[in-house]
Design a protein around this ligand. Structure first.
Ligand SMILES: [Fe+2]
Length: 307
C-alpha cells in the first residue's frame, strides 16, 4: 500500500482571476473567488480541485494529493523534515509541503472535510449494439450542478525520469502502469511512465501522474473526469462556441483507454476532460509499451496534445 489515496488539486498563478473564472465555469467547474483566491470544485466531495491566485507571471504552482491517513502524512513530512501545518483552505485539515527533484511544489493533505456532493450529470440508459438499456423512452438529461467530477491525473515534464520516479515512489509508493520504452542502437531508453497509486486490492485510475522524461521541468496538463461521453461532447461544443482555445481531440487513448478532449486555458495551461478510463489494482502489475501505443489512439487523432 502507498501513502496517498489520490491526486486532489492543482494550484496556479494566473494573469486575470475573472477571465480564468469564466473559463473554468465554461469548462464545467463550480467556482468562487474569495479574498483573491479562485477556488473551483467538481461534483465529488472535495471542496477544491483547482486553485488559483493572480500574478503577472502565469505559473504552475503545485500539485496536491490526499494522504491515506494523518500518520502517513506525518511520516512523509518527517522524511523530508518539513512541518505539518494546519491547512487554511476550505475543509481544513493538515498539510505538508514537499519539493520534488524538479523543483515542483508537492502538497499533501489529510483530514480535509468533504463538502456536500453536488448533483452529477446523468442521462437515461444507452442503447448500444449489444445491450439495450433504454426501452420505451426518449433520451433525457438531468441538469447537473456542474459537469466536472474530480481531478484524475497530472502530467509533468521532468528533468530525469529515473530520479523523479524514485523520489515519488519512495514517498508515495506509486506503481508503474505502463513504462514507455524505445530501443536505440540496442539500448532501452525510457521516455516516461504512467504511474498509479497503490491501494492494494482497491481499483484506482490507470494513471495519477505521468512523467515525461523531457530533460526539462514543466507542467504539461491536468485532467478532470466528467460523467460520460455525452457530457464530454456537450461541453466540447459549448467551449468551442464560447471561443476557447482547443488543443487536441476528441479521441480515445490506447494507454488508459480514456476518451479525451484537451483545451488551453486563457494563460495557455492545458486542461483535459476525460471519461471511461481504465481502473486497475495492485495485481495488474507494471508493463512496458512502445511509443506507438503512447501516440496511437483507438480512434481520434494520433500524436500528443501540445498546440
Ligand atoms: Fe491526460
Amino acid at each position: 500500500m502507498g501513502a496517498i489515496k489520490d491526486v486532489l488539486y492543482v494550484r496556479f498563478y494566473v494573469t486575470d482571476l475573472r477571465v480564468q473564472q469564466q473559463f473554468l465555469e465554461d469548462f464545467g467547474f463550480k467556482s468562487e473567488i474569495d479574498n483573491g483566491l479562485l477556488i473551483a470544485r467538481g461534483t465529488d466531495g472535495s471542496p477544491y480541485i483547482y486553485v488559483a491566485e493572480q500574478s503577472s507571471e502565469p505559473t504552475f504552482v503545485s500539485v496536491g494529493f490526499t494522504a491515506e491517513s494523518e500518520t502517513e502524512l506525518r511520516n512523509l513530512a518527517a522524511l523530508d523534515d518539513v512541518p505539518v501545518e494546519s491547512n487554511n483552505m476550505p475543509g481544513g485539515g493538515l498539510i505538508a509541503r514537499l519539493t520534488d527533484p524538479n523543483g515542483f511544489s508537492v502538497e499533501v493533505v489529510a483530514n480535509v472535510t468533504d463538502s456536500p456532493l453536488l448533483t452529477v450529470a446523468c442521462r437515461s440508459g444507452f442503447n448500444d449494439g449489444a445491450e439495450k438499456q433504454r426501452l420505451g423512452e426518449r433520451v433525457a438529461f438531468a441538469a447537473p450542478e456542474c459537469l466536472i467530477k474530480r481531478l484524475g491525473h497530472v502530467v509533468l515534464m521532468v528533468n530525469d525520469f529515473s530520479e523523479t520516479f524514485e523520489w515519488y515512489q519512495r514517498r508515495f509508493g506509486l506503481l508503474i502502469s505502463d513504462e514507455i520504452v524505445m530501443n536505440e542502437e540496442g539500448k532501452e531508453q525510457t521516455l516516461g511512465a504512467f504511474t498509479r497509486c497503490n491501494r492494494g486490492e482497491k481499483y484506482v485510475d490507470h494513471h495519477t501522474l505521468f512523467f515525461i522524461n523531457a530533460g526539462d521541468a514543466d507542467f504539461n496538463h491536468a485532467a478532470f473526469e466528467v460523467a460520460n461521453w455525452d457530457v464530454l461532447m456537450q461541453n466540447h461544443y459549448k467551449l468551442k462556441k464560447a471561443g476557447h482555445r482547443h488543443s487536441f481531440g476528441v479521441g480515445k487513448h490506447i494507454l488508459g483507454s480514456q476518451i479525451f478532449d484537451y483545451w488551453k486555458d486563457p494563460d495557455g495551461f492545458m486542461l483535459e476532460h476525460f471519461t471511461d478510463g481504465d481502473l486497475l489494482n495492485e495485481s495488474f502489475g507494471s508493463h512496458k509499451r512502445g511509443l506507438e501505443d503512447l501516440l496511437g489512439t483507438h480512434w481520434g487523432p494520433d500524436g500528443m496534445p501540445g498546440q
